[in-house]
Ligand binder design. Structure first.
Ligand SMILES: [Zn+2]
Length: 167
């Protein structure tokens, strides 16, 4: 099971406060960012993902919480001076707005499906949401009844977040 997506599928585009925001997924270790804080050497995107401009500038940090870390982690932002697009760096190991990693979510679901019980690592209400949302996503996007883990992988390959409530 390959959890990395291609870079094209790996981008999310959201509009916030009338300015364009791009989420740029990067292969990073959260642990390194957590330990180094703002000293972490982020790799700047080559060009603006909105307009292709070759020059982008640092645009501060936003804090985000992740499961397994005691305090917030600083994620870097860039801004394109040509089009105003703000580019937010996100770890590719995590879905946007999810504190648990993709790997944890998938393995928890697999454990539940195989044993009928949830593993104790992530919190039951969170885990139940994942399962409920996965069933919703499967109904919405796959027109055949897939095995739930197969559905998770298929949705992921379609570039979707298999456990989000948003359809
Ligand atoms: Zn731009």
């Amino acid at each position: 099971m390959e959890l990395q997506l291609s870079s094209a599928k790996n981008r999310g585009r959201i509009a916030l406060n009338n300015s364009m925001q791009m989420i740029h997924f990067v292969n990073v270790l959260l642990k390194d960012i957590f330990e180094m804080g703002r000293e972490y050497p982020w790799e700047k995107p080559d060009r603006c993902p909105c307009c292709g401009n070759w020059k982008i500038w640092g645009h501060g940090y936003v804090s985000a919480f992740f499961h397994g870390f005691s305090s917030a982690i600083w994620l870097k932002r860039y801004r394109c001076p040509a089009c105003g697009c703000v580019i937010r760096m996100r770890p590719a190991s995590h879905f946007t707005r999810f504190q648990s990693s993709r790997h944890t979510i998938r393995s928890d679901l697999l454990y539940r499906i195989n044993t009928g019980r949830w593993p104790k690592d992530s919190g039951k209400s969170r885990q139940r949401h994942w399962l409920k949302n996965l069933k919703r996503q499967m109904m919405a996007w796959l027109d055949w009844k897939a095995d739930l883990i197969q559905a998770f992988d298929l949705l992921l390959n379609q570039g979707r977040t298999p456990v989000t409530s948003a359809i």
